[in-house]
Design a binder for this molecule. Sequence first.
Ligand code: UT7
Length: 335
Amino acid sequence: MYNSKIVGLGKFLPDNIVTNEDLAKKIETSNEWIIERTGIEERRHIVKGDGNTTASMGAKAAKIALKNANMSANEIDLILFATLSPDYYMPGSGVFVQKILNIPTCPAMDIRNACSGFVYGMATADQFIKTGMYKNILVIGSETQSGAIDMTTRGRDIAVIFGDGAGAAVVTRSQSKDSGILSSHLHSEGEHADDLVMIAPNTNKWVTEIVSENDPEDSSYYPYMNGKVVFKNAISRFEEVINTGLNHNNLKTEDIGLLIPHQANLRISQFIQRKLKLRNDQVYNNIMRYGNTTAASIPIALTEAWEEGKVKEGDIVVLAAFGAGFSWGSTIIKW
Ligand code: UT7
């Protein structure tokens, strides 16, 4: 059986910075409230007409990851694309990355596990490599949240948190038995499917219906989040799934070189850090600058940490995510 390892990372963030002050001009909120409750100072939003889409940002991140892996796009055997904000309802965004990168006929598959999408993608890549079916896999997380944000006070809990961006990893076959992806641990709990949800358009309410009704009170096509329930479940599930991963590999929290939690809310990351008794240098956070970019947050943070020299050979790197579904998971890596 083969092992898999990350050999290239890349990220792409749109240029347009949206500060808390910018948001406070449109909705009833304040810089102080956003920083105190979320830790976020600014986030990026694509601008209509700037050429960025979920797929094109993913492709830009993927190109950098391929370059860092010293690999050409044609060597890729599978594209896994994690997003909750695909360019189109169909087809998935993975095939658009394939088109941009000029890769002829490899399979491309979208993963719809919201904030946990990248961790699900890593687990899927690892399994395909372990069985020997594929050798080089592109795992992308990319999001355009800004298009579906309710920029009125009604939508302020969502509006202040979410941002746009993309990250990518090249995962490849490795002969080493004791390094690379050591294990993945995935969970979902449909009981909470309605606590973080974007209802429309759906199979009972198509876009034509929304447009024809033109009801300003209808918020079903904006994301809805039961913030307190999400927060409460996130802190316990993060801790649980990180411990599951560590125990599975006979590791302790002291062994963690770097924990990259999905950047949901800085308070959630700080809570996990305290619960696991981790030092500041063991946890990487960049939500302050990018907001919560859902499936893109982990690959963006991992790329940035790697660029800053915070991920070194032999380190235990833990990726952990929680989000809509609810879905959550962890990936334990020996770099
Ligand atoms: O990626 C994974 C998915 N998402 C998450 O992990 C997010 C999890 N949840 C959260 O991060 C937090 O629940 C929020 C940041 C969304 C909200 O923070 P909170 O501490 O749970 O605030 P709250 O919803 O209890 O609201 C407290 C007050 C309310 O006013 P009243 O009823 O006390 O008068 C809200 O109306 O703050 C008000 N509020 C705001 N005020 C200013 C809610 N959003 C805002 C806002 N600016 N943006």
